[in-house]
Design a protein around this ligand. Structure first.
Ligand code: ATP
Length: 288
């Protein structure tokens, strides 16, 4: 039986080039698999997905042109390929930059150990998280609007520069004071890095998401827009309804309670805790 199988294999593989597979080849294949998987994930989660679909359509069209020997179309396609490659880099510059920033700031050592909850690994303290939660719900109770950006891995320097520089410890009293009506710092967003407020009155990019509810104004649109361009957690307190919501990863979760907001802050409190991709759809939650 074994001989028969060996003969069969020999017959079929005769004349075929079968390279010797070394350990290094297997490692190389694994690295490339992870690399291609990450690129595909990135493409799926950004506007590049549309680009990929466009490229596939264009490829199919060129294939048809090649089958039917349409020389002019083939000539034009060959001439414009370089221009299209440069155009793609220009159009997707923000996404490419973000992907490289993420890669550069990944802390490989700490991400290997998901249970590392040491102080050095802490992004902000429990006290800061509690202060943010208390401030948001105290402001919500009296319908004071607020917009708080909690920085994660991606540095928010360019948004800080749009506001007034501060350097003060996060406390609920300071946050409430900043967003108090008719005070010089109440407009715009504050940025929190670690345990400190670094800037107030910051201008955030507005989302162009068409599906966002029409009863939401620019404060919520700015929260969503900011969460689309970086990995920060953006908390909004509505001046109109007093509801507290948060946006992260381009998803706005409206009307959360104290425990839900605290839980969200806990998820990002440690540097090695990856933000959860799935948000639970719980009773009373609305996802935009
Ligand atoms: N791009 C932005 N960046 C930062 N803050 C912004 C931005 N756009 C609006 N805001 C803030 O939102 C306020 C306007 O809120 P608006 O009433 O339009 O929003 P809303 O989503 O309806 O919120 P609310 O429920 O609090 O009324 C502005 O006064 C300003 O403080």
């Amino acid at each position: 039986m074994v001989d028969w199988l060996r003969n069969l294999m020999d017959n079929y593989t005769e004349g075929m080039y079968l390279p010797q597979i070394q350990v290094m080849d297997v490692i190389e294949i694994l690295i490339l698999t992870v690399f291609i998987y990450e690129i595909l994930l990135w493409i799926k989660n950004t506007k590049a997905w549309m680009l990929l679909r466009g490229i596939i359509m264009l490829g199919a069209f060129i294939l048809l042109a090649w089958i039917f020997q349409m020389h002019t179309i083939l000539y034009l396609a060959a001439q414009s390929i370089n221009v299209l490659a440069i155009a793609a880099v220009v159009v997707f510059q923000p996404e490419l930059r973000r992907a490289l920033e993420k890669l550069g700031e990944k802390n490989l050592l700490s991400s290997i150990n998901p249970f590392d909850r040491s102080r050095e690994n802490e992004r902000f303290s429990d006290e800061t998280a509690d202060s943010i939660v208390n401030a948001c719900f105290d402001m919500g109770n009296v319908c004071t609007g607020a917009l708080i950006v909690v920085e994660q891995v991606i540095r928010l320097n360019e948004y800080e520069m749009t506001g007034i520089e501060l350097d003060c410890k996060v406390s609920s009293q300071v946050l409430i004071n900043i967003f108090e009506h008719n005070t010089p710092l109440h407009d715009g967003a504050v940025i929190v890095r670690g345990d400190r407020i670094t800037s107030a009155t910051c201008y955030l990019p507005l989302s162009d998401n068409m599906s966002i509810s029409k009863d939401l104004g620019t404060r919520h649109r700015a929260a969503l827009g900011m969460s689309e361009v970086c990995d920060a957690l953006v908390i909004v307190v509505s001046e109109e309804t007093g509801l507290v919501s948060y946006a992260m990863g381009g998803v706005l979760t409206r009307g959360v309670n104290r425990e839900e907001l605290r839980e969200k802050l806990s998820q990002i409190q440690y540097r090695n805790s990856e933000p959860k991709k799935k948000f639970a759809i719980r009773k009373g939650w609305r996802r935009e």
